[in-house]
Design a protein around this ligand. Structure first.
Ligand code: IMP
Ligand code: ZN
Length: 348
């Protein structure tokens, strides 16, 4: 039955939601970073790192391309540089998504070695997969979690192939695809053609950060990225009508991150100007996503609420929107069936 009642935050929280574009380290809340900092300081009173609540002030969300990426390399990675911190923060990220009404998440992360602690990229990925498996095995948990491994635009072609090796090694343990992320102002994406060709040939899925800034939205770059036959594209901002048509023709899923794009000033204007307003009227699978909820502080429920407020969606329309990502999830038929049933249950 249609429900034309206006949407409020409580409805948006209860709505079952699918998160397809969330960077693990960018999803760690400031409260969780603070807890890690406290624990580390107890063991090492000489710890040379500021309190996260000072380094990343609680109300600050206006990180742009210049200030956003250094947050990770010069702060968060230094704080979360041992396996207990990585395990603890991954658990908290899962709890936070589940508490927000997320029923399915594909988290993504860049395999990271921490040589001074003897941690390899393989140890890092295995640690995260163990946390995801424990979460999925707990009967009471309403959300299921899977992993996408990211290649960063600062990686060499060899490093990208090492990410592919890990994705293939752990595909039966929860890795469902490979992403291309990182500072869009850096790098030449054609370096990674062989790596993504290997991923595709092995039957794993591909998602790519696509046209995030004008510099990474050139015809050359977009043609290269599309030649890899991606299954989904993130952001999709600087895309002219001929690329829009191609995305529609090839029925590629789009992952749209409204708060990130507005706060980081990746789009001109505000929420009502967001290109969600264009893609919602196409036939492609559209997924609203948080990108980095730890930085931009807008949980997925709030992204749905913002879509409802700025694009005039009622409860029925928002529920329809929440189901659109099912068509582009990277797992198979059993998860698709579970999600269809979750929505049937919700609608009943
Ligand atoms: P991690 O891969 O789990 O360590 O998550 C943080 C990393 O994700 C950062 O170092 C960035 O390279 C990447 N990342 C997070 N948000 C974005 C984005 O909006 N565009 C491109 N890369 C991003
Ligand atoms: Zn992203």
């Amino acid at each position: 039955m249609a429900n034309a009642a206006p949407v409020d935050l409580s409805f948006a929280r209860r709505l079952p939601k699918i998160e397809l574009h969330a960077h693990l380290t960018g999803s760690i809340s400031r409260a969780c970073l603070h807890d890690i900092w406290e624990t580390r300081r107890q063991h090492d009173p000489e710890l040379q790192l500021d309190d996260p609540l000072v380094a990343i002030p609680p109300d600050k969300v206006d990180y742009d391309v210049q200030t956003f990426f250094p947050l990770f390399s010069s702060y968060i990675y230094k704080l979360c540089d041992d396996l207990p911190s990585i395990e603890f923060s991954t658990k908290r990220v899962l709890e936070d998504f589940q508490a927000d009404g997320v029923v399915y998440v594909e988290l993504r992360t860049t395999p990271r070695a921490i040589p001074n602690r003897g941690i390899t990229e393989d140890d890092y990925v295995k640690t995260i997969l163990d946390v995801l498996r424990n979460h999925n095995d707990q009967v009471g948990n309403t959300m299921r979690a899977f992993l996408i491994l990211s290649i960063d635009r600062r990686n060499t072609a060899t490093e990208a192939q090492q990410v592919v090796d890990l994705a293939l090694k752990y595909r039966s343990e929860g890795v469902v695809g490979v992403d291309l992320c990182g500072n869009p102002a850096k790098g030449d994406v054609s370096l990674y053609t062989d790596a993504f060709t290997r991923i595709k040939a092995a039957g794993l899925k591909i998602t790519l950060h696509f046209a995030e800034i004008a510099q990474s939205g050139t015809d050359d770059e977009l043609n290269t990225l599309l030649s890899w036959q991606p299954d989904r594209l993130g952001h999709v901002i600087h895309v002219n009508s001929s690329f829009q048509e191609r995305i529609k023709r090839e029925h590629i899923g789009v992952e749209l991150c409204m708060s990130c794009n507005v706060h980081a000033k990746l789009i001109p204007g505000t929420f009502s100007d967001h290109h969600f307003g264009f893609w919602r009227h196409t036939n492609v699978p559209v997924a609203l996503c948080t990108d980095d909820v730890g930085i931009f502080c807008s949980p997925l429920s709030q992204e749905y609420y913002l879509a409802a407020v700025h694009f005039g969606l009622d409860r029925t329309q928002l529920t329809e929107l929440a189901q659109r990502p099912i068509a582009s999830i990277f797992t198979g038929a059993s998860e698709r069936t579970r999600l269809v049933e979750s929505f049937e249950h919700w609608l009943a």
